[in-house]
Design a protein around this ligand. Structure first.
Ligand SMILES: [Zn+2]
Ligand SMILES: [Zn+2]
Length: 243
């Protein structure tokens, strides 16, 4: 823990010397706690910890009193068993994700991992195992992403979950290049064709797949499909933002 305190102090010093300011409002970051997450106290608090009632299938906020939203009631079967979505991808939310992905606000990985954890704790895994026992699997980056961007924003959240929160992270999902198609077995070929994501080395019985942005849900479905064909019985999904 001592090392962490030193690291926090150095991080504040870095913020004083090369200020990045609050990723949401641009205000000067004043103390260790603010510099640690890349947001001023006011902005950090304005991201609610508690969430409205959400669809138990796709995770989007509900308008009616029912447990399942209109879309899901129509029944486009999803491969995942539950989905937790945190914030709509608009205005300020867009700004902080862009500051994280394209700016230098890497400190936001700490804020994001805290939010993911508290949202999932709140959802209580919908009757599943205790949170700490279920491994988290990051959605793998697109082919060529690491080469062009030099880093992967989801992987940094994975590292933060692992190191700061001792969450078991399983990097079993791999994105395949289509040229490797002929080297694969039949079932892998199908996965490869679907979304070029496969699960390597066997899947755990229950797993939480996480990503930064949820749009159509197709990536989550492909990941859940890959995990289930590798033996997973329950796949939960969680994403920071949804559009
Ligand atoms: Zn702020
Ligand atoms: Zn739904």
């Amino acid at each position: 823990m001592k090392t962490l305190d030193v690291y926090k102090k150095l991080n504040l010093l870095r913020e004083f010397l090369f200020p990045l300011n609050c990723a949401a409002c641009g205000r000067t970051l004043l103390n260790e706690a603010e510099a640690w997450i890349g947001l001023c106290g006011e902005c950090a608090e304005s991201f609610p910890a508690g969430r409205e009632k959400c669809c138990s299938v796709c995770g989007r906020p509900l308008i009616s009193e029912m447990d399942v939203c209109m879309n899901c009631r129509k029944g486009d079967g999803n491969m995942y068993d539950s989905m937790t979505l945190l914030y709509p991808y608009i205005g300020r939310e867009q700004r902080i994700l862009k500051a994280y992905k394209f700016g230098k606000h890497r400190a936001l990985a700490r804020f994001f991992s805290e939010k993911l954890l508290s949202a999932l704790t709140q959802d209580r895994m919908r009757g599943g195992k205790v949170l700490t026992e279920v491994p988290w699997a990051p959605v793998p980056p697109r082919a060529g992403k690491l080469k062009t961007a030099g880093w992967d924003q989801v992987e940094l959240i994975a590292v933060t979950l692992e190191k700061l929160h001792r969450v078991p992270v399983l990097r079993c999902l791999k994105r395949l290049a289509s040229k490797t198609q002929k080297e694969l077995g039949k079932s892998e070929r199908i996965t490869n064709l679907k979304g070029r994501i496969t699960c390597t080395g066997g899947a755990p019985e229950e797993v939480i797949v996480f990503d930064d942005v949820f749009t159509t849900g197709s990536t989550m479905n492909v990941c859940a499909g890959a995990l289930k064909s590798a033996g997973a019985k329950k796949v939960h999904g969680i994403c920071l933002f949804y559009s």
